[in-house]
Write a new protein. Structure first.
Length: 163
């Protein structure tokens, strides 16, 4: 099992190059066609505008310490800031979690989720929210094991496409 470290991504070209290919695979998991350029642009734009926070798991190379000389990303989690008007507090939306196939069941997903939890606490948030598709049962197990609760399985989820 590879050792890894978790760190907050920056808007550097190096971090974008690490995250964008995984983001493209994440989108494909949800039925979108491969589009590496779109993935790169989206990640670059979110980080540059500070519209999201991304934590990335980096395989340790064995030389130079955690995250140094390492070029292999093992997973990422992306958070978006939000607020609850009814409860009157800050929250974070855990929108994306992806672990590379070769890194699954190695603790990467759990470590990324913990980084997201710590970040939420450090920024004064009172809640983390997330959603996943019904078919993603592996994710359910992780989320529930970490204390996430399904609030209302009968609630409706609506979207309005604007294009």
């Amino acid at each position: 099992m590879k050792r890894f470290s978790i760190r907050k991504a920056t808007d550097s070209e190096g971090d974008i190059a690490l995250i964008a290919p995984m983001f493209d695979l994440y989108r494909q998991f949800y039925g979108k066609p491969a589009d590496p350029k779109l993935a790169e642009t989206f990640i670059r734009d979110r980080l540059a505008a500070k519209e999201s926070v991304i934590f990335v798991a980096i395989a340790e190379s064995g030389s130079g310490g955690p995250g140094r000389d390492a070029t292999e990303a093992m997973g990422f989690v992306q958070l978006y800031p939000s607020f609850s008007s009814v409860s009157a507090f800050r929250l974070w939306v855990l929108n994306d979690l992806y672990v590379a196939p070769g890194a699954r069941r190695s603790g990467v997903g759990r470590a990324l989720m913990e980084a997201a939890r710590r970040h939420a606490i450090e920024t004064g948030a009172r809640r983390l929210t997330l959603e996943t598709v019904a078919e993603n049962r592996a994710a359910w197990s992780l989320y529930e094991d970490l204390g996430y609760v399904v609030h209302d399985p009968s609630a409706r989820f609506y979207t309005l496409d604007l294009d």
